[in-house]
Design a protein around this ligand. Sequence first.
Ligand code: OAA
Ligand code: MG
Length: 230
Amino acid sequence: MSGHETQTGSGQLTTTRGHHMDVDDLFDVATVCDISDSCDQLGVPCVRTGKIRPVYAGCAPFAGTITTVSLRPGRGTRLTSLIRIFEDTEDDAVLVDLGERTDVQCWGTLLATAALRFGVRAALVNGATRDADQLAALGFPTFARGTHPASMRGRLSLTGMGGDVVVEGRPVISGCAVAADPNGVVFLPREHADKVFDLARQIAAAEQRLLDRIRSVSRPTTEALDTILP
Ligand SMILES: O=C([O-])CC(=O)C(=O)O
Ligand SMILES: [Mg+2]
């Protein structure tokens, strides 16, 4: 049993991660767009991409911390070299870097199922994944630049863990916070995550009020909406 697992009285394994970001209801009210706007308003530096997206329809949004891991074309690595990282990390998810390549892939149901056993609850891939339907059936939140059918075995080698990952030309550091949904992904410093997510909830609520006002204008003219919209 790894350090971040605890045995419950019922004999089930539960995971207690070190970070207690308040994300439970986040996506009930807010989206990654609100989180992006919140970073803008607070002046929190973040890395954004619209290219890393859910791998299957209905994929649950995700927010938490990530550990980075890098793979590059090579002689091949066993899946267990990645699984060891799941065992070691205290983070909620992994960001697997393929250097933005989508002609190779590095994530499927074997890895996702193993990840869950160690309490890793989502995968973001700066590259491609496979097993889309099976990941959907598993309900494992997976975000990537695309899919590719070939196995990673014999094609990709592990080249690093915990290093910076370049996304859209900007460095993403291991241990940072992330929010991902169908709009894309925002990476942000974990120490700012709670206040960013709090303001995102408020931004989403304010936008909801604007929507209500647009709907309730009795005669929709540009002038009428000009008094409402930002
Ligand atoms: O073999 C691979 O490339 C990985 C894979 O499909 C899985 O994790 O299920
Ligand atoms: Mg597979």
